[in-house]
Write a protein that binds this ligand. Sequence first.
Ligand code: ATP
Ligand code: ZN
Length: 225
Amino acid sequence: MSTVQGRLRIAVQKSGRLAERSLDLVRDAGLRVVKGNNDLLYKVENYPIDLLRVRDDDIPTFVADGVCDLGIVGENVLEEGKNANPSQEGANASVVMPLGFGKCTLKLACPPTLDYAGPGSLEGARIATSYPKILRRYLEERGVSADIVVMRGAVEVAPRLKLAAAICDLVSTGATLEANGLVAQETVFESQAVLIRSPAAPEPGLQHLLDSIIERMAGVVSSQG
Ligand code: ATP
Ligand code: ZN
C-alpha cells in the first residue's frame, strides 16, 4: 500500500452488516466515493479523504493508533477491544456520536431446560461467547464466576453440542435464538454503530475538514432521527 499524504482516512467495514449503511452515511454527508484500484481503499473525489475498508474488528485499533482519523464500528466491538493493545493503553478511540443503525443487543440465553432464575443460575457454568471481556465484566459485577469459552462464530449452536450451558451473543430480531431453541434471559450490552475519532491529530491542514465532516455526519444522523 502506498503511503497517502495529506489526506484524511475513514475506516469502514468492508463487508457485513454495517458496510452498506456506513457508505450511505459517508455519501449522505456529501462525500463522492469512488472505487480505488484496490479493494482496501476507496477514494473520495471531492475531498482529500480515503475510506479504508477493513474487518470491523480492526477499526478501533486503526483509529486509536491514528492510522485512520475516523471510523464507523459497532459499540460492541469498540467495548470488547478497549485497551486490546497494551502498548497503546490510554489511547483509545473516542465516540463522537451514535449513528442510529446496526442496533443489536448482547444477550445471555440458554435452553429452556436450564432452570434459569437470574445470573446466579450461571455460577460455575460454561458460557460460550465472542465477547469474553464484556461478559466477564457483567458477571463480575454480579458476583458470578463462570467458565467463559470464546467462540468466533456459530455461538448459538454451543448448547446443542454440549459445548456450553448458555451463550452470550448478539441478537437483533431473536430469530436465530429461537431457531436454536434458546431463550433470551438477560441484556448484557446494548449496541449500535458509532462514529469514532482518533486521539491523534490529523495530518497538517486537515483539522478543519475533519471538523466539517463530523458536523455534516451529525446533520445526516439527526435528520434521520
Ligand atoms: P467482519 O468480517 O467485518 O469481521 P463480522 O462478521 O464480525 O464482520 P457482522 O456480522 O457484519 O460482523 O456484524 C457487524 C456488526 O453489526 C456487529 O459487530 C454489530 O455491531 C452489528 N449487528 C447488528 N445486528 C446484528 C446481529 N443480529 N448479529 C450480529 N451483529 C449485529
Ligand atoms: Zn468482525
